[in-house]
Ligand binder design. Structure first.
Ligand SMILES: [Zn+2]
Length: 135
């Protein structure tokens, strides 16, 4: 074996790996591009682990900073209509960026996740997504 053959062998292997990589990227499911949504007046971002949503959190539509929840009122009332979770942005001076009526932060996270999963499983909806570069 001389070095020239070794070189071309390595190059062929490299080309094969690149082709396989491109194929995987082009054929990955459309929902993997769906990682951001506006719901209840704020921006939600997450990642996909298989077909599960992980790392879901809400961000300020104005300054892009992480929001915090204020659901203190949920502890003092049993009336669902009075239970409200507010999205508060510290970066914007504690301003309210949105709200969900009906429950506390756990309720909100479940509600948002269900809505995102519903959209992510709709082919019509995914077709409207903006392809990010590789589609
Ligand atoms: Zn903000």
């Amino acid at each position: 074996m001389n070095n020239v053959w070794l070189f071309w062998g390595a190059m062929a292997l490299l080309a094969l790996c690149i082709a396989a990589g491109v194929w995987v990227v082009r054929n990955r499911p459309a929902f993997l591009r769906y990682v951001e949504e506006s719901l209840y007046g704020v921006t939600w971002q997450w990642r996909w682990s298989g077909k599960r949503i992980v790392g879901l959190w809400c961000y300020c539509p104005t300054c892009k900073g992480e929001l915090s929840f204020d659901d203190e009122n949920c502890k003092t009332t049993k009336n669902l209509n009075e239970r409200t979770t507010f999205f508060i942005c510290k970066g914007c001076g504690g301003e309210e960026k949105g709200r969900v009526v009906g429950g506390d932060r756990r309720y909100v996270m479940t509600l948002v996740q269900h809505e995102l999963m519903r959209r992510a499983s709709s082919a019509e909806f995914l077709a409207t997504l903006n392809p990010k570069g590789d589609a």
